[in-house]
Write a protein that binds this ligand. Structure first.
Ligand SMILES: Cc1cc2nc3c(=O)[nH]c(=O)nc-3n(C[C@H](O)[C@H](O)[C@H](O)COP(=O)(O)OP(=O)(O)OC[C@H]3O[C@@H](n4cnc5c(N)ncnc54)[C@H](O)[C@@H]3O)c2cc1C
Length: 172
């Protein structure tokens, strides 16, 4: 009954289409927290778990009871990892390092947990092969990949001339 109820919810409070897994359940990492909670019958207005007060979450003084990520939290964490990898990539990489980073990006695009995001990232890589001959190249390529998603989501594009300030050196 609950599943049927979930399946009947097509669009979430964010205005986006709700994404379901093959088993018919709403996909947590493919939807915003708000839409996921709406689709599962949770409280639509509930605050995302990452911003709850830690004191209320600590069971028996051990780990905080933080819920799995939604599409936005997963995205922010993933971009942080990807841009940080570019920030530490060698200025003059070896042949092996070039091969490894290309493989990494390709595999990443296959296994990214939000499957519809992954499909678009795979397509971006097919149409724009990773540029890996230097840190600067990789950083800019990744900035363009990120902007491709920003554009799709109607967000402002990031100025790729500033990528080293954001991910390598800081703004001062
Ligand atoms: C590979 C991938 C594909 C994704 N596809 C989708 C999708 O199809 N649909 C969806 O809803 N979400 C997708 N996401 C998540 C989405 O991109 C955002 O991470 C999420 O919406 C949260 O956005 P945000 O505004 O907090 O900042 P984010 O976009 O997560 O950015 C984090 C920070 O990076 C910096 N930044 C922003 N743009 C750039 C750039 N171009 N270059 C360098 N730094 C930048 C800014 O300082 C920003 O605060 C994807 C994430 C990844 C990693």
């Amino acid at each position: 009954m609950d599943d049927n109820k979930s399946e009947s919810k097509v669009v979430g409070p964010s205005g986006r289409k709700i994404v379901y897994d093959k088993d018919g359940k709403p996909c947590r990492v493919c939807n915003t927290m708000l839409d996921f909670q709406f689709a599962t019958g949770g409280t639509a207005g509930k605050v995302a778990s990452s911003s709850k007060s830690p004191a209320s979450e600590i069971p028996n003084g051990s780990y905080a009871r933080i819920d799995p990520p939604d599409v936005e939290q997963l995205g922010r964490s993933s971009w942080t990892l990807l841009h940080s990898i570019a920030a530490r990539y060698p200025e003059a990489p070896s042949t092996t390092q070039k091969q490894e980073i290309k493989q990494f990006m390709t595999i990443f695009s296959h296994i990214y947990p939000c499957n519809w995001c992954a499909k678009d990232f795979e397509e971006f890589i097919r149409n724009n092969a990773p540029r890996v001959d230097s840190r600067e190249e990789l950083g800019r390529w990744l900035c363009e990949a990120h902007n491709d998603v920003n554009k799709k989501l109607g967000k402002e594009e990031f100025n790729c001339n500033l990528w080293t300030k954001r991910w390598v050196d800081g703004w001062d």
